[in-house]
Design a protein around this ligand. Structure first.
Ligand code: DGL
Length: 263
């Protein structure tokens, strides 16, 4: 079984890709919907929340933990890796590798939460490879997604995408990292605004590929299974509703509420 967590709905973009590339793996997902967003909080709080999320998942005896959250991957990886006894895979390295391979003009824009951008996690890795980087914090994207505004023709979505993304176009980026796992839920809207010549790197999906490679290398791939269970720290209904639009399946029966403060 694989443990996957995020502050809310965003990590479902990793779950979606895991179901595609590792369909036989059981997945237990935790979305901390009672405490979302993480991306506007301090490093200390993000680390505390991340450790609680991971402790909850460790009860299921996972063979690996996928940190399907750009914010936690940017500020709490060391704390998680020092605490957990299983491999912990984050989204930052996977996305940076994919962006470097995709970019032709060496101009890469990074979209992330304020905490991710402040941490410099993507930026430092990219600058180390000699590319030009534009970092854009997008604090309004997470509340949009959590409130179910994900359709590309939604006027609020269109307006907000234009507000953040026009800078990436004037910078001349040919590659944009969706460095927060909530952002792939807005991928169509973002893609429509920037045009098809700009490559969008889905950090959540890249991390799923990285985990698949790791399991294969370690000989840990499951032979059968594929069950998905979802846990949240607030009402399951809103979560299941948006998940249905994004995953294109009804997961209502598979979502349970837990008290994350108990971990
Ligand atoms: N989806 C998360 C990320 O990738 C967190 C968003 C948030 O809670 O602010 O950064």
């Amino acid at each position: 079984m694989l443990g996957v967590f995020d502050s809310g709905l965003g990590g479902l973009s990793s779950v979606k890709e895991l179901a595609r590339c590792l369909p036989k793996e059981d997945v237990v997902y935790f979305g901390d919907t009672g405490r979302v967003p993480y991306g506007t909080r301090s490093k200390e709080t993000i680390i505390k929340y991340a450790l609680q999320d991971a402790r909850f998942l460790m009860q299921f005896d996972p063979k690996a933990i996928l940190v399907a959250c750009g914010t936690v991957s940017s500020v709490a990886m060391e704390a998680l890796q020092n605490t957990l006894s299983v491999p912990v895979i984050g989204v930052v390295d996977a996305a940076v590798g994919a962006a470097l391979s995709a970019s032709k003009n060496q101009k890469i824009a990074v979209l992330g939460t304020p905490a991710t951008i402040r941490s410099g996690s993507y930026r430092e890795r990219l600058l180390g490879q000699g590319v030009q980087v534009l970092s854009i914090p997008c604090p309004l994207f997470v509340p949009l997604v959590e409130n179910g505004h994900i359709r590309e023709d939604d006027p609020i979505v269109k307006e907000t995408v234009a507000h953040y993304l026009h800078q990436a176009l004037s910078f001349g980026a040919d590659t944009i990292i969706l460095g927060c796992t909530h952002y792939p839920l807005l991928k169509r809207a973002i893609g429509t605004f920037v045009g098809e010549d700009v490559k969008l790197i889905n950090a959540a999906a890249e991390a799923a590929h990285c985990l698949a490679d790791r399991l294969e290398k370690d000989g840990l791939l499951a032979a059968d299974g594929g069950e998905q269970r979802f846990f949240v720290s607030d009402s399951p209904e809103g979560f299941a509703d948006t998940a249905r639009i994004f995953l294109k399946k009804d997961i209502k029966e598979a979502v349970e509420r837990i008290d994350i403060e108990a971990y």
